[in-house]
Write a new protein. Structure first.
Length: 134
């Protein structure tokens, strides 16, 4: 997912100087900003993966189509239109959600929300491990 999102960000920035920002944060499910979403589906912790860029941005009309398989605005050798369709498919499988906001000429922000069900963040090793149930 991250590779697809970052590839899109890099392509949106093109040859200009730009910035891609990746953030990962935990939220309490009660604070989740995703309305009637299926997330977090039984978990009290929600992971929020944010990827934003300072690229060309997406207009409203295009935004409605970006998850459609084979929808692309790129030249043949630059895109097949499957990157976001794959991301969407992965999130459906894991009961996650994706939100994209954009301003044309300024860039986009993507938020991927996933339930951190049954997992705890190990602060010492910075890794995510499955908690033991007794
Ligand atoms: N970060 C972004 N900035 C601007 N437009 C974007 C961004 N990410 C996606 N898009 C738009 O959404 C369309 C679909 O993206 P998607 O990743 O599904 O396909 P693609 O990048 O065109 O091709 P592929 O990922 O298969 O190589 C893109 O063609 C582009 O118009
Ligand atoms: Mg892509």
């Amino acid at each position: 997912m991250l590779i697809n999102l970052c590839t899109n960000a890099r392509q949106a920035i093109g040859d200009e100087h730009g910035r891609i920002t990746i953030r990962l944060s935990e939220r309490k499910a009660a604070d989740q900003p995703v309305g009637k979403s299926v997330v977090p589906h039984g978990s009290d912790v929600l992971l929020d993966l944010g990827v934003s860029d300072t690229g060309c941005g997406i207009d409203k009309e295009t935004l409605e189509k970006i998850f459609d398989p084979f929808f692309t605005t790129k030249k043949k050798e630059q895109g097949t239109g499957l990157g976001l369709a794959v991301v969407h498919g992965i999130l459906q499988k894991h009961k996650g959600e994706i939100k994209i906001t954009s301003t044309v000429g300024v860039g986009i922000t993507v938020h991927v929300y996933l339930a951190a069900d049954g997992r705890k963040v190990d602060k010492k090793s910075k890794s995510v491990r499955r908690s033991r149930r007794q």
